[in-house]
Each structure stands twice: as structure tokens, then as C-alpha cells.
Design a protein around this ligand. Structure first.
Ligand code: ZN
Length: 199
């Protein structure tokens, strides 16, 4: 009996002198028309550099957006980035307040999203975009990439998801209300929310 500690460098495949791909021939119980997909593609087999075998494809080219948030926000456990319709629509509007994109229209927008900062436009994959996010991440857990979409950090995956859902709803409300006269929350009402629901 032997064991493999999978102690290779992060991102490498397991030792191919010990492990091989058995994708089956259809005659030995593997690959015999089951509702499974057999592959010898190694892109989903990775080591983490600390003795663990990981699985999963490489992260998207936008992973660095998340990294900027994690670097500046030590208590973040999750970062969510979406191309959701209404938030992207708002990100394309001219004349936005770059420090605080949303007007204070609902208590939940104030509590969950806070001050949404606008990140200037860069092409997807441009590392300058990551740097621009990192610069704002210290003060904002939610940012909106111009002509692109939102990035939100949370202390858990569910809190980041709730916040980005509220952000999308608020973007939708903002668009619905664009041609209407709106009663915004007052400075006192916002201060009270921040007092009652800090953080
Ligand atoms: Zn994106």
C-alpha cells in the first residue's frame, strides 16, 4: 500500500508516473454510455501547493477584480462580480456621482450597498482595472465598473450575494424612477440607518 501527499507546486497536475487518466473503452465499465462525461483533459485537476489535490478549471480572466477587493478588505470571505442587466444599464449612464452612484431611495439600498463607487472604464482583462478597484476597495465594499457591472465584497458568500441582489434591485428602481420626482431619504434618515445597522 502506498500514499501520495500531492505535494507538488500549486497549479500543476498530479505526478503522472503515479496517476493516469482512465477514460474507459466502453467495455470495462467506464465510458459505457452512462450519463457522465469522461475526459482526459487535465485542466480541472490541480494541486494547491499545500498538499491538497484541487479540482476546477482555471479562474476567469476577471479573477484579479476579486483579488483587489480581498487585498484591501481583510474581513472579506467572498467577492461577487456580475454582468446583471440593470446594474450594467446604470453603469452606462452619463453624469453619475462617482463617489456614490445610487441616490438614497430605499433603506435596504443604504444598508446593503452603502456608497457605491464608480470605477472608470477599462477593457475587460486590463490589469489597470484591478488596480482601479483596489484603490477604491478600502473605502467601498461595493463598486460599479463603468460600462461593465458591479463587484461586491462580503464577510460571507451569502452576505455578498444579498448585497449584489439589493444593488441590482436598486439599479432597477433608479431606472424606473428616472423620469419621476422622487422623495429621497434625508441625511438624518440615512444617519439613523447607519446607527441602527452599523457595518
Ligand atoms: Zn465582468
Amino acid at each position: 500500500m502506498w500514499s501520495d501527499e500531492f505535494n507538488g507546486t500549486a497549479g500543476t497536475a498530479p505526478d503522472n508516473t503515479k496517476w493516469e487518466f482512465d477514460i474507459g473503452t466502453g467495455t470495462n465499465g467506464w465510458g459505457n454510455a452512462e450519463l457522465q462525461y469522461y475526459t482526459n483533459r487535465s485542466s480541472n485537476i490541480k494541486l494547491d501547493g499545500n498538499g491538497k489535490l484541487l479540482s476546477g478549471d482555471a479562474p476567469s480572466k476577471e479573477a484579479f477584480l476579486h483579488l483587489g477587493m480581498y487585498q484591501e478588505r481583510a474581513n472579506s470571505a467572498a467577492v461577487v462580480h456580475l454582468h446583471c442587466l440593470h446594474a450594467v444599464a446604470v453603469s452606462c449612464l452619463d453624469g453619475l456621482n462617482a463617489d456614490d452612484v445610487f441616490p438614497p431611495i430605499t433603506a435596504y439600498a443604504v444598508m446593503q450597498v452603502g456608497k457605491l463607487a464608480l470605477v472608470p472604464y477599462f477593457a475587460p482583462g486590463d490589469t489597470a482595472l484591478a488596480e482601479a478597484v483596489r484603490k477604491l476597495a478600502g473605502k467601498h465594499h461595493a463598486v460599479l465598473l463603468a460600462n461593465h457591472g458591479p463587484v461586491v465584497a462580503g464577510t460571507s458568500l451569502s452576505s455578498a450575494v444579498y448585497a449584489i441582489e439589493e444593488l441590482e434591485q436598486t439599479a432597477r428602481l433608479m431606472l424606473l424612477l428616472q423620469s419621476h420626482s422622487v422623495r429621497l431619504l434625508t441625511v438624518e434618515q440615512i444617519a439613523e440607518l447607519n446607527r441602527r445597522f452599523p457595518g
